[in-house]
Design a protein. Structure first.
Length: 476
């Protein structure tokens, strides 16, 4: 992006260029019609879209609150007449106009709208404060501002992370639903129960959705793990939602894999010296992972259950995690037994060694998970190879089918010319053309019959057919 040279007719007006458009800076709550910030003559000539901005400005100088409104003739067909995010516009275009190139649609105007701050010298953070979003996507320009100033938590939480001195966070997605409520703070309130989240829990009691929902913006909404489990939005849930050791964000519909954060929590556990806190963390992990069909989640659950057994039996903190390191369990590796035979060691004589020495550290659950993971990997590799073979067969068979259909059309045309004598060509020439075309069709049909042998599977098809018709080299 380059800085545009000020217009000679108005030296005070500056702007930028993007997609070939001159982007003039606007003020908070400004609105307009058509280019450069909204499409014109789309989808039909005369259709004009309108735009509006809010008050929040990113550190880059562009508006965070940016709205796009439908042309008048479409407004009666939709409950909401406008869109508060680029993602919502994209979803609408894909649904209402499935044949339209979405990229070309967004290239017809500029989604980014610069503020008057963009061309000013960058100063203190107060100059680029992030203000509130007007309540509701269709808020009028005179609508009240529901967000408090920076430096205050809307929920009145003195321990809110928004009050801490820190580097500017990633831009959050525009939210006119929960974040427009006067007592809700995205930085410290649960999206499910609206109550504040205790930061002293160390991260094991809540989760923040960090899904990228728009260009440079993340969701940022938080939820208590307990609320997620109660609402069937965390853990393993069947039905249409289909969660498997995951968290489903109610605001942006994104899924977050919970195995990595639980793994990190268990690593943190090893430095905790409170049995109550360790037990809470382990119980949280069990609730999230129980019922999962994923091998990594099962291994992690096995490790947590072993740790809980030791914790309940009074094992010292330093010994709870000693037998199986968390990293070994989560990667599918099992620590080597001191008595395990190696290439350079003499195997233990089972007749003289005691059963305790031989099987003392053997855990059938770990071994069963290793075996299950091994079989899963084999089946996955088989599925991938079969899918690859299927794609090859599909491409070649469909190509042969289309080739035959073209030959049939040519044969039909040549027969018609021969029967009606409409062509100026010699009838004998036309007859030869028809006979040659018939022979060509017969050869291609024979070729298709050979190709159809792959219905038995590539492994049962001859190498000659695979090589000639599918360019596939088989080792059998």
């Amino acid at each position: 992006m380059e800085v545009d040279i000020p217009d000679e007719s108005n030296e005070s007006s500056t702007g930028t260029k993007e997609n070939g458009f001159h982007l003039y800076p606007v003020s908070p709550f400004d609105s307009g019609e058509g280019l450069p910030y909204a499409p014109v003559d789309w989808p039909k000539p005369g259709d004009k879209w309108t735009w509006r901005v809010g008050k929040r400005i990113a550190a880059s100088g562009y508006f965070l609150d940016r709205y796009l409104y439908l042309p008048h003739r479409f407004q009666g067909l939709r409950k909401r007449k406008g869109f508060a995010s680029k993602l919502s516009v994209e979803e609408y275009i894909r649904t209402a106009f499935p044949s339209v190139d979405v990229t070309a649609f967004f290239a017809s105007f500029s989604w980014k709208i610069p503020s008057e701050k963009l061309n000013e010298t960058k100063g203190s953070e107060e100059e680029l404060m992030i203000f509130a979003t007007p309540s509701g996507e269709m808020a009028e320009h005179s609508g009240s501002n529901s967000q408090n100033e920076i430096g205050r938590c809307k929920a009145g939480n003195k321990m809110c992370s928004s009050l801490e001195a820190r580097d500017p966070p990633s831009d959050y997605m525009l939210c006119d639903i929960c974040c427009s409520e006067p007592g809700f703070c995205r930085d410290c309130c649960c999206i499910l129960c609206s109550k504040t989240i205790d930061p002293t829990q160390g991260g094991y009691g809540f989760i923040r959705c960090e899904a990228n929902v728009d260009e440079g913006c993340i969701c940022g909404h938080m939820a208590h793990i307990e609320c997620g489990l109660r609402c069937y939005m965390a853990g393993t849930v069947g039905g249409s939602i289909g969660l498997d050791a995951e968290y489903f964000c109610r605001r942006c519909d994104a899924r977050t894999d919970l195995v990595p954060p639980i793994t990190k929590l268990l690593q943190t556990c090893q430095s905790v010296d409170s049995r109550d806190i360790i037990e809470k963390i382990l119980n949280t992990g069990v609730c999230i992972l129980r019922g999962s069909r994923r091998t990594s989640a099962k291994k992690l659950l096995c490790h947590i259950e072993l740790a809980m057994e030791k914790l309940k039996s009074g094992t010292g903190f330093e010994d709870i995690w000693k037998v199986d390191d968390i990293s070994d369990v989560t990667t599918g590796e099992v620590p080597r037994d001191e008595n395990e035979a190696t290439d350079k060691e003499e195997p233990l004589d089972c007749r003289t060694g005691s059963p305790q020495d031989i099987y003392g550290k053997f855990d059938h659950r770990i071994e069963s998970f290793k075996l299950e993971d091994e079989i899963d990997q084999i089946l996955l590799a088989l599925r991938k190879s079969q899918e690859s073979e299927y794609r090859i067969a599909e491409e070649r068979l469909l190509g042969q089918k289309n080739h035959l259909l073209n030959l049939y059309q040519q044969l039909d045309k040549e027969r018609s010319e021969l029967a009606s004598h409409t062509s100026s060509a010699d009838p004998d020439v036309l007859l030869d053309a028809v006979l040659n075309r018939v022979n060509q069709v017969k050869r291609e049909i024979m070729k298709l019959r050979e190709m159809e042998e792959v219905a038995k599977g590539f492994g049962k098809t001859s190498n000659a057919i695979l090589k000639e018709h599918f360019s596939f080299e088989s080792e059998h």
